[in-house]
Design a protein around this ligand. Structure first.
Ligand SMILES: Cc1cc2nc3c(=O)[nH]c(=O)nc-3n(C[C@H](O)[C@H](O)[C@H](O)COP(=O)(O)OP(=O)(O)OC[C@H]3O[C@@H](n4cnc5c(N)ncnc54)[C@H](O)[C@@H]3O)c2cc1C
Length: 425
């Protein structure tokens, strides 16, 4: 089976590369072994932790970190990659909010986290005035969002000093069946029920609207018009459902990501996958790539767990298999390993030096990963493999948590890897 390109990994980095390649008319196969970090993420795209416009901070950051993946992509391309992501998401009915500065998204525990792009259904804090009252609500018995905890944390934020942060519980008899087994009472289970009961004379959303109105009346602030709910109202595009709720209640309704699984991230993954397939790409799921065949300094094909002896051949390859979390990197007693190509990695032999002493210390292992040259070509035995490009969190020299750069790096490097491939076609 021969393709122009094979992308290994179905997360933000793999999808970003695959979309650019397929849009340029390239026959592209994406192979993914399973879920990506998006299934556990907020669905927001962090560019760089910064109070103002991260684009003004980035040039100095790149100059100070010449090995950082952003430095291999460059400012203009970083911006172009993010603009492309917004375009693809919008095409799939998932518009993303962004301003000229980082905005803040509400986290499930009520803290505020700076980020660059967020789905427009998310509860975000921008420069717009904070309302006088806000109601954080959840479904009775749901364990993955706790309004009381979130409200207590949010109320300590200076911008919320004047705001009454209220809490409430929604009681829907239709959800009672879940409470028998708390393991079945997750955001995806609730969303499935809303999706199933969206039509007919008595859609579940109408009952939810009545419950919201009741909660507001009983909250002590009956003119409260701003509601935040856990993201559990649809597995698919939730915008129309929230719009219907807003129309029925007269309130503004936004979502907050729950503890994993995170529907907001999953929706983004599905939207980008749909877009890739609509453009003619081939997406193989549950397909773990095990190894490769080489000719000199070129990869000629990869083989997978389910493919028996079949070699998936292509002219170019993108390695976007993620970090330890997605098994794109594996840890060993005396270092780390990239399991598919046995690529060169940045690591430390002395295990004690991998992590800082305290949770919020600097942890060197976060910067471990695959080494590449300036064109993002993966190094093996000290030399680049000429048609294998690395992208996303499999890469060395970046720390998504400390820098607040997680999905920004994934999108930018995936897009840039595709750009190098296209430049050589
Ligand atoms: C739990 C978690 C939450 C995060 N939340 C955020 C957030 O809210 N915002 C943010 O900006 N950043 C966040 N990040 C940072 C994250 O690293 C990036 O956001 C980004 O999503 C990483 O994308 P990726 O494509 O590089 O890797 P991943 O999303 O990890 O995707 C790797 C893909 O490779 C596949 N794969 C692995 N090995 C193989 C193989 N052998 N064969 C075939 N496929 C394989 C996996 O199945 C998966 O599809 C989070 C990270 C984690 C771990």
């Amino acid at each position: 089976m021969k393709f122009d390109n094979i992308v290994i990994g179905g997360g933000m980095a793999g999808l970003s590369a695959a979309l650019r390649l397929v849009e340029a008319g390239q026959k592209t196969l994406l192979m993914a072994s399973g879920q990506s970090a998006l299934h556990f993420s907020s669905g927001s795209v962090d560019l760089l932790e910064s109070e103002g416009d991260p684009r003004t901070t980035l040039p100095a950051f790149m100059a100070a970190h010449p090995d950082h993946p952003y430095s291999k992509v460059g400012m203009e391309n970083i911006e172009a990659s993010l603009a492309d992501l917004q375009r693809h998401c919008a095409e799939q009915g998932l518009p993303l909010v962004h301003n000229e500065t980082n905005h803040q998204r509400l986290t499930p525990i009520g803290t505020l986290k700076r980020t660059w792009l967020s789905p427009d259904t998310c509860a975000c804090i921008t420069d717009a005035p904070i309302p006088d009252a806000l109601l954080l609500a959840t479904m009775e018995g749901f364990r993955d969002f706790h309004p009381a905890l979130a409200a207590a944390n949010l109320a300590t934020h200076p911008r919320f000093a004047h705001c009454r942060v209220l809490t409430g519980e929604i009681r829907l008899p239709q959800l009672a069946e879940f409470s028998r087994n708390p393991h079945e009472f997750r955001s995806a289970d609730i969303a499935r029920l809303f999706d199933k009961q969206s039509g007919g004379k008595h859609p579940l959303v109408a009952e939810l609207a009545r419950e919201i109105s009741r909660m507001v009346q009983e909250s002590g602030v009956p003119d409260c018009r701003h509601i935040v709910l856990p993201a559990c109202l649809s597995l698919g595009l939730v915008g129309p459902r929230l719009a219907e709720l807003e129309q029925r209640t007269g309130c503004t309704i936004k979502e907050v990501a729950t503890m994993p699984p995170s529907l907001i991230g999953m929706r983004m993954q599905e939207a980008l996958k749909r877009r890739f397939m609509a453009l003619g790409g081939t997406f193989l799921t549950s397909e773990r790539v095990l190894g490769a065949r080489y000719e000199g300094d070129k990869v000629i094909g990869v083989h997978s767990q389910n493919g028996d002896d079949q070699l998936f051949e292509a002219d170019n390859f993108v390695l976007a298999s993620g970090s330890f979390f997605s098994r794109g990197l594996e840890s060993r007693l005396r270092g780390i390993r990239e399991p598919i190509f046995n690529a060169d990695v940045l690591s430390l032999e002395e295990r004690d030096a991998w992590a800082g002493r305290r949770l919020f210390d600097h942890h060197p292992f976060m910067g471990f990963g695959v080494k590449t040259d300036d064109k993002l070509r993966v190094l093996r035995g000290g030399k680049p493999l000429t048609n294998l490009y690395g992208a996303g969190s499999v890469l060395a020299h970046y720390d998504p948590i400390k820098e607040g750069s997680g999905s920004g790096v994934a999108v930018a490097t995936g897009w840039q890897a595709a750009g190098h491939i296209l430049a050589g076609v």
